[in-house]
Ligand binder design. Structure first.
Ligand code: BGC
Length: 753
């Protein structure tokens, strides 16, 4: 049946009912009109489908747990994310799930956010690229996604009541930018609003967010659903553009909708807009599709391949890695036997199998295992001694360390960035008996590493999915070559993080006082050396960058240009490298980050092989969010094009000049700084006229400033508000009215509104 016809047939009560779930995971059917129900299930890194008939909404069927987003982003691999998306789509198809919830593209503001493992990056561009591919992959299978958590859900503390207080530029440039790109390019079927408030208004009833920005500015045509339990005032939420409340509202809010329409507080048209979008989603989600087979073993292999490509080699002194088969290697640490490979909360997958490193190494000669510590904080001396004994007799020691489940999860934030004391103590002691220590980390978010100077090798696995053990053995023994790069900065210590003074805020308010200076944007600007910079990651081979060619050094409005370079694998092993392109503004009228990521390409090269890599860019690479124009603005000026192996390892550079047509609006008043006025030619002319009748030196003036007096007087005058001329000049024929007339004339000349 046609949706407009259905809308006419539905009663007010039926319409209201369609705007909330039937239960935790289903929409409501309307049998009388043959409207079916569809099922949604959690993702994002696996299918968490509720077992049929289960009483507990969290009792899920067995599925494949892939690496979580914090790991995925380190792959910098668009193709891989798409492959993952397709696999998820296949699983949903096989299980009759219409929408898989996720991915989340919230920005990692602080390493403490308990849910960082579910998010991609501190950088909006990287986050958008990963989310776009994930979504494109899933949706290519005819299954929908739900981009979440829209928006500014950057902490778990008080997530259901806190107000994220963010200025306009920061909101758009950092916290909305990834959502904007994903919505426009990947067109997710649905968007899930966040629990929190933004600048005092719940996202679920935030018209500015859900309608003005999402639909009107970005052209989103899909459905907005609430995060589970995020709705406060249902009528207001409908008016703001929140279509579907999840889970079931127990009839409470359905009745509130009916009442609001009857009282005239809500128009039926506003309700119809939401119902229409629910019906569209149901129609899309219930379309007949050919059955697909869910091959769990194939997906397990994919999970292992993905984990290999996500792992980040952070240290490899003296080429301690890869290990050689036959070497005496002591595996130490509970994570070798029981890896932590996913986080807690709504994304938790009921994995159909798990492979630990100990299992995966069963056929490798020379490997021993000693647990060394238990999950938790407390040291166990007997376990420690056993591990130390094993370490004494080994050529090399590999410590499988990380954060236990209780340390980070959805629902709460970490209080510090430390690893459990027992692990730190053991690594320290191990380093006293064996100088060849390698650490493998299993964690969702950065940790402090007091042991960094005492170990030779370090691989960050993040939360690597159910096949993590297989990937670890492949990486340790060189069957796979590490190629991940960090999607976030690892600070030396928590206090270095830009949000440190304002995380998680006071009471129900968190002020994003660091503005756009999030992640490397901050560390760069403040010249704070992190433990490991954004974009950093090593390989068992080396890459050389050369021959950067920019297609045009002058770029005008609406034109694109390319930056091309050669990358060569100059080592003796095959491997993949992620080449990063950053844009650095050299002149700007607002305070900007030193540089921003605007492109990356991951390229696989056989030993000795080289390839040419090309980036196509346009003016959007130069843009910042202008609060004068209330939109993205690419300012004319000179921009450096930096090509790096990380944000701190720039290998090649060149520059382009952008000549834009658009100018920032100017309108002067008596409060305008004289320097701002003289910066435009018309203003300079007005000023020259004015200065003829003004003796700025009547107050001691230039003479009193010594030899460079004139220059100094001018520099001082630059910051003076125009009206101050009246106080200093002492000239009878310049009056406030006359000055105002001159400013009015200037504004007219400039066409100011
Ligand atoms: C989480 C969402 C999740 C939903 C359903 C909420 O608590 O924030 O990410 O999709 O529950 O499980």
């Amino acid at each position: 049946m046609n949706i407009e016809t259905i809308l006419k047939e539905l009663t007010l009560e039926e319409k209201a009912a369609l705007c909330s779930g039937a239960d935790f995971w289903h929409t409501k059917p309307v049998e009388r009109l043959d409207i079916p129900q569809i099922m949604v299930s959690d993702g994002p890194h696996g299918l968490r489908k509720n077992r049929e008939g289960a009483q507990n909404p969290n009792e899920a069927i067995e599925a494949v747990c892939f690496p979580s987003a914090s790991a995925l982003a380190c792959s910098f691999d668009r193709g891989l994310l798409k492959e993952l998306g397709k696999a998820l789509g296949e699983e949903c198809r096989a299980e009759n799930v219409s929408v898989i919830l996720g991915p989340g593209c919230n920005i990692k503001r602080s390493p403490l956010c308990g849910r960082n493992f579910e998010y991609f990056s501190e950088d909006p561009y990287l986050a958008s690229q990963m989310a776009e591919e994930h979504i494109t992959g899933v949706q290519s299978m005819g299954v929908g996604t739900s981009l979440k958590h829209f928006a500014a859900n950057n902490q778990e503390s008080r997530r259901m009541s806190v107000s994220a207080n963010i200025d306009e530029r920061t909101l758009h440039e950092i916290y909305l930018a990834a959502f904007e790109s994903v919505v426009k390019n990947a067109k997710p079927w649905t968007v899930m609003c966040s629990y929190n408030k933004i600048n005092g208004e719940y996202s679920s009833q935030n018209k500015l967010l859900l309608t003005d920005i999402l639909r009107e500015d970005w052209g989103f045509g899909g459905l907005v659903m609430s995060d589970w339990g995020a709705v406060d005032d249902r009528a207001k939420a409908i008016r703001a553009g929140l279509d579907l409340e999840m889970p079931a509202s127990m009839g409470k809010n359905d009745a509130a909708i009916v009442k609001a329409v009857e009282s005239g507080e809500l128009s039926e048209e506003e309700l119809d807009n939401c119902v229409r979008r629910v019906l569209e989603l149901v129609q899309r989600g219930s379309e007949e599709k050919p059955q697909v087979v869910w091959d769990k073993d194939r997906h397990h292999k994919l999970a292992a391949k993905i984990a290999e490509n996500c792992a980040v080699l952070l240290k490899n002194d003296g080429d301690i890695l890869p290990l050689k088969e036959g070497e005496k290697v002591a595996f130490v640490g509970a994570f070798a036997e029981k890896p932590r490979y996913q986080g807690g909360g709504s994304s938790h997958i009921n994995s159909y199998k798990t492979v630990s490193a100990v299992q995966a190494a069963s056929d490798i000669a020379g490997v021993t295992y000693a647990r060394g510590f238990n999950m938790g904080n407390e040291a166990d001396e007997a376990l420690e001694n056993e591990a130390l004994e094993a370490a004494k007799n080994a050529d090399k020691v590999v410590v499988f360390a990380g954060l236990p489940d209780t340390f980070e999860s959805e629902g709460y934030d970490r209080k510090h960035m430390r690893m459990p004391e027992c692990q730190l103590r053991l690594i320290e002691k191990l380093s006293e008996v064996n100088e060849n220590i390698v650490v493998l980390l299993h964690n969702g978010s950065p940790v402090e590493m007091p042991f960094i100077g005492k170990i030779k090798g370090l691989i960050e696995m993040y939360l690597g999915g159910q096949a993590v053990g297989e990937a670890e053995i492949a990486l340790l023994y060189g069957r796979a070559n590490p190629s991940g790069k960090l999607a976030e900065t690892f600070p030396q210590k928590l206090a270095d993080n830009p949000s440190y003074l304002n995380f998680p805020g006071e009471g129900d308010d968190v002020n994003y006082a660091e503005g756009v200076f999030v992640g490397y944007r901050y560390y760069d600007k403040k010249q704070i050396k992190p433990l490991f910079p954004f974009g950093y990651g090593m390989s068992y081979t080396q890459f050389e960058y050369s021959d950067l060619r920019i297609s045009a050094h002058e770029v005008s409005e609406g034109k694109s240009f390319t930056a091309e370079l050669t990358v060569k694998n100059i080592g003796s092993r095959d491997g993949a490298e992620t080449v990063q392109l950053y844009i650095a503004p050299t002149e700007a009228s607002v305070i900007r980050p030193e540089k921003e990521l605007k492109g990356f390409e991951k390229v696989f090269l056989k030993a000795g092989e080289s390839k040419r890599i090309a980036f196509r860019l346009d003016q959007s690479a130069f843009a910042y969010w202008s609060v004068k124009l209330h939109k993205w603005f690419a300012e004319s000026g000179r921009y450096e094009v930096l090509i790096g192996a990380s944000s701190a390892d720039i290998r090649l550079s060149d520059a382009v000049r952008f000549n834009g047509r658009e100018k920032l609006p100017v309108k002067f008043t008596l409060d305008s700084a004289c320097g701002d006025i003289t910066a435009v030619p018309e203003g300079l002319a007005m000023f020259a006229k004015l200065m003829k009748s003004v003796d700025i030196g009547t107050n001691g003036g230039a003479d009193a400033l010594g030899e460079s007096g004139e220059e100094m007087a001018l520099a001082m005058a630059g910051d003076l508000p125009l009206h101050a001329i009246l106080s200093f000049c002492g000239i009878a024929d310049i009056t406030r009215e006359k000055l105002q007339m001159m400013v009015d004339e200037l504004n007219e000349q400039l066409g100011a509104e």
